[in-house]
Design a protein around this ligand. Sequence first.
Ligand code: DAH
Length: 359
Amino acid sequence: MSIDLGVLETEARAALEAAGDAAALEAWRIAYVGPKGQVKAAMAGVKDVAAAERPAFGARVNALSKALEEALAAKRSGLGLGAAGAAASGPLVDVTEPGRVSSEEVGRRHILLRVREELVEVFARMGFEVAEGPELEDDEHNFVKLNIPPGHPARDPIDNFYIDDPAKTAKPRMLRSQTSTVQVRVMEKAVAEGGGELKRPIRIIAPGRVYRPDTVDATHSFMFHQIEGLAIERIERGADGRLCMLSMADLKSTLFNFARAYFGAEAEIRLRPTFFPFTEPSAELDLKIRLRPDQPVKWMELGGCGMVHPNVLRSCGVDPEQWGGFAFGFGIERLAMGKYGIPDIRMLFENDLRFLRQL
Ligand code: DAH
């Protein structure tokens, strides 16, 4: 007995129309388009059709099958069930549906991390490698080997986070107050690798956290980030007898190139003489920059720098007659605040999304 495909289609569409929920749709699917449904049964009826008409009949059953599947899919999405709606017992989740998260809500790295990476990138292009040191240090690395002797005012417990009592402990531990500690660590390691002697030049930058018990206000925080730089090269005598060594001019051109690369071709720098125990001569680095087209050009203090003091080299096992170089250190927050016009350092640590989303 051959089946009247027209009647089957009319019936099927009426039943689909009547189905109102996921369970009813599933029952309809089983009855009509499933492997044991009426459409499959109609296909089996092809054997009753005259041989000459079989291909046409088969084609009509296939077309009906496809049309009914499409009607089912349309009905499902009309009911808000999505393509996976047939899994009637499970949660009605369509994993193929495009997400509703807009691009503004996609996460991003914190502005300080991005500035740190940008700085690393600029210095990497000048041949500086990243070095790291511990945040939990001892006063040997934070002070003694940086030519800051006992009794120096910078070592006052009021101004430092000591872990051990400096009055009672030989090598008191402390949270480092400056990334200059990494200069010492890097030189000590290079000397150890050279079997007690420096055998290769050094060119590193060390970004990282530092801690000082400052009262928190718009420009101070008890924790902030610095980026330290150190370049050491062998002192050589040229064929003409002149000494060839890293000088203040190399320091200045390095900082100038950095300023241009990071802040743009308009940036100017100036070095002002000052004092640091670990460098001689020492200078304060200022950057002259117009941060926004509508703002005046101004000088901004970035950090300190200078030629590494012979005492520092010696305390790390480096012979100051044979090796010399320069160092510098800036505050990363200050740089970020300058570059992005951030008025208050606390905004960098509060993680208020309304602020972070603007950067
Ligand atoms: N360590 C200094 C500070 O925290 C900054 C500094 C000054 C670093 C001069 C240096 C340097 O490497 O040469 O204030």
